[in-house]
Write a protein that binds this ligand. Structure first.
Ligand code: AMP
Length: 117
């Protein structure tokens, strides 16, 4: 049986997804259950289970996720301050984590309320 995470299988094209961005550190694809007109998941190639499990050697991986967020927001036309986007990382049960392979949610395309639910 494969030990790959769901998101590794997507990155390896074993499970279909709409991939919008890739680089050496990460892969980004549309969320299957979008919560906004733009809802992209940015996933490190290294299967860090959740953000609090990252270690010092993951620094480049973590930084790459934020840099990718800016590039993807630009690519999708929501980077301009008159529009904008939100990034979210869920760690653990109370935060709503459901997939144990760290990922950044990039949400945009509508006015997002604050505080989040
Ligand atoms: P989280 O709840 O923060 O762990 O986020 C997991 C996200 O993965 C959810 O927003 C799901 O809708 C999304 N998701 C689950 N399976 C897939 C899939 N096969 N393709 C794309 N997104 C997925």
């Amino acid at each position: 049986m494969s030990d790959k995470t769901l998101f590794q299988k997507i990155m390896d094209r074993e499970i279909p997804a709409s991939i919008v961005y890739e680089d050496d550190f990460c892969c980004a694809f549309n969320d299957i259950t979008p919560q906004a007109p733009v809802h992209v998941l940015i996933v490190p190639r290294k299967p860090i289970p959740r953000v609090g499990d990252a270690v010092a050697e993951d620094q480049a991986q973590l930084g790459a996720l934020l840099l990718a967020a800016g590039k993807i927001a630009d690519q999708l036309g929501v980077k301009d301050r008159s529009k904008g986007f939100r990034i979210v990382i869920n760690h653990g049960v109370d935060a709503g984590e459901t997939v144990p392979h760290m990922h950044v949610h990039l949400l945009a395309g509508r006015s997002l309320s604050w505080p989040p639910g």
